[in-house]
Design a protein around this ligand. Structure first.
Ligand code: DGP
Length: 126
């Protein structure tokens, strides 16, 4: 089933120019801007401009050009912001278990410090 896109989500408003953002990259298919609540010295959100909820519908419905632009944008942002050499992390939160807060697909690109291990281990029962 196709995911229902809420046109009033906060990133839709940013993409329409109704709310401001601190833009770091833009092309025909992609907009990237700084996360308002950064978790590291570099924390950028990279969005396709068209309305996709998550990787799930993007991977099914986006054009090859959109998919290529999105991942190329990540590399461009990493190089531009100086984290390509030291390393960084890209991730997408999806849905409930992924704790996705904003229902417009976005890739987080974080870096500028040692990011530690990837995911907290599940607490073991005694
Ligand atoms: P996620 O859990 O993957 O949906 O993360 C959403 C991120 O969006 C979170 O790191 C905080 C960020 N964020 C929320 N509202 C705004 C906003 O209005 N502007 C910007 N730049 N970032 C926002």
């Amino acid at each position: 089933m196709a995911e229902v896109y809420d046109t009033e989500n906060i990133f839709a408003k940013i993409l329409r120019g109704e709310l401001p953002c601190d833009k770091v990259y833009e092309d025909e298919h992609v907009l990237a801007f700084k996360d308002l609540y950064p978790k590291a010295p570099v924390h950028v959100l990279i969005l396709p401009k068209r309305p996709y909820v998550s990787v799930t519908d993007f991977s099914q419905s986006a054009s090859d050009a959109e998919i290529a632009a999105w991942i190329r944008a990540a590399g461009n942002v990493a190089r531009e912001l100086g984290v390509a050499e030291g390393g960084y992390r890209v991730l997408c939160n999806v849905g409930r278990d992924g704790h996705q807060e904003v229902a417009h697909l976005h890739m987080h690109l974080v870096g500028g410090r040692d990011l530690g291990g990837m995911i907290r281990r599940e607490e073991r029962q005694p």
